[in-house]
Design a protein around this ligand. Structure first.
Ligand SMILES: *Cc1c(COP(=O)(O)O)cnc(C)c1O
Length: 450
């Protein structure tokens, strides 16, 4: 039975998967969510343990998508996932799920590599699609890499000039071709606001604009796969519970876990670990939501988000309503949410301490994002001794070599550099600079569309 998609603002018509993918944000500025979430049966879960990653991806996506044949979908999954996540055991029942194995060494590759063929799938001959993306670091490079040289698609990436590392910047600005990059004198939230404004701008209706941010449903669904896959690798009996700890910024990753849970994965607790941008942990405590403006700069820079776009989806799942500005129109079931989600902020100081301690105790080199989740997990286990026998999986969302300065300061060593990063220094950068001003961005798009 086919699944339709509704907007979290409920003022746009329901639509099918591929229309939702090409639209990005719904016309009423809400985000698309599946009307119902399909269940994966037990037998399928068990099959995943011996399966290749792309086969697991196919099985999960198949449940949500219409309008594409089995053969075509399987071929796209196979092409997208020439890499797979890596599980590492630590002390007790704790594990790390390394999602840094893709072409740009961040977890965003898992979504971006799958989204690009899905977006290309329904594009007609001669149709041109503009993809606008605001990035706080890793999205831009993952998107740029996934869409580079895909015909009929032009990628425009906005990043905050002072909030990305040189390596992150080079991963976006050295591709050229259909990948255009704009360095904005502002914060991530400014970039995001410019992109959102463009989507809502009537004058730009003549251009076909779409988004590759985590607001796109084609990024969200693939992000549920690695939770299911990781669980299946570690557990023989599907009765066993699991706790996930997730370093969170814009909440795309954690929504992947929520989908997996809704599909039947026995997630006992979801630890949502933020950096000092603690608007969500504060909301969980008080029931009152206030975004943080401007967002706070932290060493886990891909998580410097003062208002997570995907929060509206989480609220939707728990029966509430939040509009695109972050106003809570209807409270979600806070009790249910608190029973399932443990939300905590982690300071930069504790993030550094965690990188240091984990290296000493476990001989594992974490990077700042993964360390936020790891710290939150360890604190949670200290407070809940009864959970020390529960399977725990903490996500590592980037390769430590993306943050060599920080790692070196803390550990006095240089992380091993993967090939995808080492080649960057030889390439030429190309980007333009822009103020955090929508009019300038509008003019740019106007010209690009001619
Ligand atoms: C984007 C990113 C995150 C945050 O993921 P969200 O889906 O935005 O919550 C965490 N770690 C790294 C390395 C990232 O690039």
């Amino acid at each position: 039975m086919s699944i339709s998609f509704h907007s979290t603002n409920y003022r746009a018509p329901k639509t099918d998967f591929f229309t939702a993918v090409l639209t990005g944000q719904a016309p009423d500025r809400g985000l698309y969510m599946p009307e119902r979430i399909p269940l994966i049966d037990k037998a399928a879960f068990q099959k995943f343990s011996g399966a290749e990653y792309f086969e697991a991806a196919f099985s999960v996506l198949r449940l949500f998508l219409d309008g594409i044949s089995d053969e075509a979908l399987l071929a796209k999954c196979k092409k997208a996932y020439s890499f797979m996540p890596r599980l590492e055991k630590a002390s007790g029942k704790k594990h790390l799920l390394w999602l840094d194995t893709g072409p740009t060494a961040s977890f965003k590759d898992f979504a971006a590599q799958m989204m690009s063929p899905l977006m290309g799938h329904k594009l007609k001959e001669g149709e041109k699609l503009f993809i606008l993306t605001a990035t706080s670091g890793d999205t831009g490079s993952a998107i740029a890499n996934a869409f580079h040289n895909i015909p009929n698609i032009e990628i425009i990436i906005l990043f905050p000039i002072n909030e990305v590392t040189p390596n992150q910047r080079k991963q976006m600005t050295t591709l050229g071709g259909n990948v255009k990059t704009i360095a904005v004198s502002g914060k991530f939230d400014d970039c995001q606001a410019m992109v959102k404004e463009a989507f809502a701008d009537e004058r730009l209706q003549k251009l076909r604009l779409s988004s590759a941010n985590s607001i796109n449903i084609a990024r969200l669904i693939p992000q549920s796969v690695y939770f299911i896959w990781a669980y299946a690798q570690l557990v023989k009996d599907t009765g066993e519970d699991v706790i996930f700890s997730i370093p969170s910024g814009n909440f795309g990753d954690m929504m992947g876990a929520v989908l997996a849970w809704k599909m039947g994965l026995p997630v006992k607790k979801l630890i949502v670990a933020t950096n000092a941008n603690d608007e969500f942990p504060a909301f969980m405590k008080s029931g009152k939501y206030a975004k943080i403006e401007p967002s706070r700069m932290c060493i886990s820079n891909a998580m410097n988000v003062g208002h997570p776009s995907n929060l509206t989806r989480l609220i939707d799942v728990f029966g509430g309503r939040m509009d695109e500005k972050g106003s809570l129109l209807k409270a979600p079931d806070m009790e249910k949410m608190r029973a399932f989600i443990h939300a905590v902020p982690v300071s930069d100081e504790n993030t550094r301490k965690c990188i240091f301690d984990t290296y000493k105790k476990e001989s594992i080199v974490l990077e700042p994002h993964g360390a936020v989740a790891w710290y939150a997990l360890e604190e949670f286990l200290k407070e809940h001794e009864e959970e020390n026998e529960t399977l725990c999986i903490s996500l590592e969302t980037a390769n430590p070599a993306k943050f060599p300065e920080e790692i070196n300061k803390i550990l006095g060593i240089s992380p091993v550099v993967p090939e995808s990063l080492s080649k960057l220094d030889k390439l030429k950068e190309d980007y333009i600079k822009m103020d955090a001003n929508y009019d300038d961005f509008y003019k740019y798009l106007e010209t690009a569309g001619r």
